[in-house]
Design a protein around this ligand. Structure first.
Ligand code: GCB
Length: 637
C-alpha cells in the first residue's frame, strides 16, 4: 500500500527541530486575512493503490477535468456528508480543490508576503497552488502553512487554484498510530481487501477540519512571540521574546494595554520584561469575581525600509505550580471540576463549527465546569481563545492516543512524537487557559520501552516550556507503570463497575479508594481522576439501576463522588467526567451508534447525569471559589 511508504519517508524528512513560528492569523494595520473555507470540490482516489491522483498529476489541472467530483464543505470531515458508506469509511488519498481570487494589490506590492494556512487536516496533507507544490505536513489537529508569494507572482497572478490532497492512513509511527491489514483469505474477502486498525475509541474522521486562510504580512514580519508571566505582590511581570524574519535590524516595540485601553507598560527591543503595577491576574471561572482578565500586547516591528508589522496578542498574567498534594494557580489551590471532550458532532464530524463551540462553552458554564481536557488531540485554536476569554482551564493533550503496539515505541515514533509536542507548544504556549501538557492517553506504559520513551518525551516538553507541568494519562496499574516517575501530576482513568465488575456499583467505593491510596503511596504526587463514567442511552430507564440506563450512569457518578469528596481533602486535585457529550466511534459490538458516556447527547441535550454534575460542580465552586454575582441565583440549587 503505497501511502504507508510515502508516509514513512515524509515522517523521516520532517523529524527536525521547528524553525518558524505559528502565530494565529489575525488582522492588524499591516495584515489582512481572507478566509477561503466554504464550498470546495472533492474527489476520493478509489484506485486499488490509491495512487492514481499522483500518477495522473491531478494537481496539474482543474480537478473536475480528471474525473467525477462532488461538493465538499470546508471545514468539515467528509465522512458523514454523503449517503455513500464507501466515502464514510474511505481510507487513502482524497483530493480537495478551490479557485480563489487574490486581491491584485497583494500581488503587485512586492513588499507583501502571502501565506496559505490550513488550520488542520487529517492526516497527511500535500498542498499545491496553481499546480506547484508548496508544502506538505504530517499529522492532524495542528496547523501548517506555506509562503505562496513567489508561486503566485510566477504563475497566473490573481487567480489561485488551491489543491489539497489528504490521506487518513495511520501507521505504527504516526500519532495516533494505526495499521493497515490486508485480508488474504479469498473465501472471505475479495482481492485487495484491507482495513485500518486503530486502538482508540473515536471515529477516525478525516478531511480538512479547520479553516483554510490566506493572509498577508509585510516581508519583514513578526514570526513568533513567546510570553511568560509571573507576579509578586501587586506587580505583574510579562517576559516576552519576539522573533522577526525578513530583516536583521528591525526595531521592535512592545506595548501592553489594559481592558479599558490604558497603556500599562511598554518596552523597546525584541526581548524584555514588562512590569504591570496593580496587576489584574488571569483567574479561572468561579475562582474570582472578575475571572479571565486579558491584557492586550501590541508588538510592532519596523524594518530598515520603514515598513511596520503589527501583531496583537491577548495576554493573561498568571502562574501555575504543583506541590505534592496541590495544583496552584496564582498560588491558590485549584480543583479541576470539569469535563473531557471531543471535537465531534452530527454531519460535520470533527469540522470546526462556531455554533457548536459557543453552545459547548455555554453548557460548560451552565454546569459549573471550570476546566476540560482536550482528549485526545489538540483542539482548534479558536476554542483555546474562548477558554482564555471565559476562564476555562485546559489540559492540552497531543494526539498520542492508542500507543499500544511495542513497535510504536521505536526511534521514528519517538522523533515524530517530539516534533508533534514542539508543534503543540509552539501553537499553544501563550494561552493562559492552558495549564498543563498531556503527552499521551493510555499508552501501554507497562511495556519496557515506555520508561525511556516517556522520560524523553516529558523532559523534552519541559525543555520547550518550563512554566507548565507535564503529564500523561494512564490506565495502567500503579505498580507496573513505567512513565509515572517522570510526570508532575498523576492522571488516572478508571471504569469501575463498567469494564471491571460490570453492574457492581457497590464496589466502586472500595476500588477507587484503593486506586488513590496505591498511586499516592507510591509517587506522592497529586492525582486527577482524568476519566470515569458509564454509558447511558438517553431515555433508557430502570430502577434499581441497570447498565446503559440514565439511572445507572447517575449511580456510578455518585459513588465516585463520595470518594472524591474524601480524597480531595488530601491529594486528589481534580475530576473530569468521561464524557461531556456522546460521540461517534468505529462500529463494534460494544458501541451503540457511538460512545454513550456523554452527560449530554451528541445533540447537546442533558441526560440525568448532567443535572447531578451541575449540582455538584456549583456546590464545589461555592465551597472553594468566589462566584460571580450573576451566579448567586444558581448557587441555591
Ligand atoms: C478510555 C479512553 C477513551 C474511551 C473511554 C471509554 O479509557 O481514554 O478514549 O472512550 O475509555 O468509554 O471506553
Amino acid at each position: 500500500y503505497s501511502a504507508e511508504r510515502l508516509l514513512l519517508a515524509a515522517l523521516c524528512s520532517v523529524c527536525q527541530a521547528l524553525q518558524d513560528g505559528m502565530l494565529f492569523p489575525t488582522e492588524s494595520p499591516s495584515r489582512e486575512v481572507k478566509d477561503v473555507s466554504g464550498l470546495w470540490i472533492f474527489r476520493a482516489d478509489e484506485s486499488p493503490e490509491r495512487s492514481r491522483g499522483f500518477e495522473q498529476q491531478w494537481y496539474k489541472s482543474p480537478l473536475a477535468e480528471t474525473g467525477p467530483v462532488i461538493d465538499m464543505p470546508v471545514p468539515s470531515s467528509y465522512n458523514d456528508i454523503t449517503q455513500d458508506a464507501q466515502i464514510r469509511d474511505f481510507i487513502g488519498w482524497v483530493w480537495y480543490e478551490k479557485d480563489v481570487w487574490v486581491p491584485a494589490r497583494w500581488i503587485q506590492d512586492r513588499g507583501t508576503r502571502i501565506v496559505l494556512r490550513v488550520g488542520s487536516a487529517h492526516y497527511y496533507s500535500v498542498l499545491w497552488v496553481n499546480g506547484v507544490k508548496v508544502t506538505e505536513h504530517v499529522g492532524g489537529h495542528l496547523p501548517f502553512e506555506a509562503d505562496i508569494s513567489g508561486v503566485l507572482r510566477q504563475t497566473s497572478g490573481n487567480q489561485c487554484r488551491i489543491t489539497i490532497a489528504v490521506n487518513n492512513t495511520l501507521t505504527l509511527e504516526t500519532l495516533p498510530p494505526g495499521t493497515i491489514q490486508y485480508m488474504t483469505d479469498r473465501s472471505r474477502y475479495p482481492a485487495g481487501y484491507f482495513v485500518q486498525n486503530t486502538n482508540f475509541d473515536f471515529f477516525n474522521y478525516a478531511g480538512i477540519h479547520r479553516p483554510v486562510l490566506l493572509y498577508t504580512t509585510p516581508k519583514a514580519h513578526i514570526d513568533d512571540i513567546t510570553v511568560e508571566t509571573t507576579f509578586s505582590d501587586n506587580i505583574g511581570l510579562v517576559s516576552f521574546n519576539v522573533s522577526v524574519l525578513g530583516s536583521s535590524k528591525a526595531a521592535v516595540k512592545v506595548t501592553l494595554s489594559a481592558q479599558d485601553g490604558r497603556c500599562v507598560a511598554s518596552a523597546d527591543g525584541s526581548r524584555g520584561v514588562l512590569k504591570v503595577t496593580d496587576v489584574n491576574l488571569w483567574w479561572p471561572y468561579l475562582m474570582h469575581e472578575n475571572p479571565a482578565y486579558l491584557y492586550s500586547m501590541e508588538v510592532q516591528a519596523t524594518a530598515e525600509d520603514g515598513q511596520t508589522d503589527v501583531y496583537t496578542l491577548p495576554v493573561g498574567i498568571r502562574t501555575v505550580k504543583v506541590t505534592s498534594t496541590q495544583f496552584l494557580i496564582n498560588n491558590k489551590p485549584f480543583y479541576f471540576h470539569g469535563v473531557n471532550k471531543h471535537e465531534d458532532a452530527d454531519i460535520r464530524g470533527k469540522g470546526f463549527d462556531w455554533p457548536l463551540v459557543v453552545k459547548d462553552f455555554n453548557l460548560m458554564k451552565w454546569m459549573g465546569a471550570n476546566s476540560f481536557r482536550t482528549s485526545h488531540y489538540p483542539y482548534a485554536e479558536e476554542i483555546l481563545q474562548m477558554a482564555d476569554r471565559h476562564g476555562i482551564v485546559i489540559i492540552d493533550e497531543c494526539p498520542g492516543v492508542g500507543i499500544k503496539d511495542i513497535r510504536s515505541f521505536g526511534n521514528v515514533s519517538l522523533a515524530h512524537h517530539l516534533t508533534v509536542m514542539e508543534e503543540l507548544v509552539r501553537r499553544d504556549k501563550n494561552h493562559p487557559s492552558v495549564v498543563m501538557w498531556s503527552v499521551a492517553n493510555e499508552p501501554a506504559s507497562e511495556m519496557p520501552p515506555a520508561g525511556f520513551y516517556f522520560k524523553e518525551l516529558v523532559s523534552h516538553t519541559r525543555s520547550l516550556d518550563s512554566s507548565r507541568p507535564v503529564t500523561y494519562i494512564t490506565a495502567s496499574n500503579y505498580a507496573r507503570d513505567l512513565g509515572a516517575p517522570y510526570v508532575d501530576v498523576i492522571c488516572v482513568n478508571s471504569y469501575f463497575s463498567w469494564y471491571q465488575d460490570p453492574g457492581h456499583t457497590e464496589l466502586i467505593g472500595l476500588q477507587l479508594n484503593t486506586q488513590f491510596d496505591n498511586w499516592y503511596g507510591k509517587y506522592q504526587k497529586p492525582i486527577i481522576q482524568s476519566e470515569y463514567g458509564a454509558d447511558a442511552v438517553p431515555g433508557l430507564h430502570s430502577d434499581p439501576p441497570m447498565m446503559f440506563t440514565e439511572e445507572y450512569q447517575k449511580t456510578v457518578l455518585q459513588n465516585y463522588h463520595n470518594v472524591f469528596d474524601q480524597k480531595r481533602k488530601e491529594f486528589v486535585i481534580g475530576e473530569l467526567i468521561w464524557n461531556f457529550a456522546d460521540f461517534m466511534t468505529s462500529q463494534s459490538i460494544i458501541r451503540v451508534v457511538g460512545n454513550k458516556k456523554g452527560i449530554f447527547t451528541r445533540q447537546r441535550q442533558p441526560k440525568a447525569g448532567a443535572f447531578l454534575l451541575r449540582e455538584r460542580y456549583w456546590r464545589i465552586a461555592n465551597e472553594t471559589g468566589v462566584l460571580p454575582t450573576w451566579a448567586s441565583c444558581i448557587t441555591v440549587i
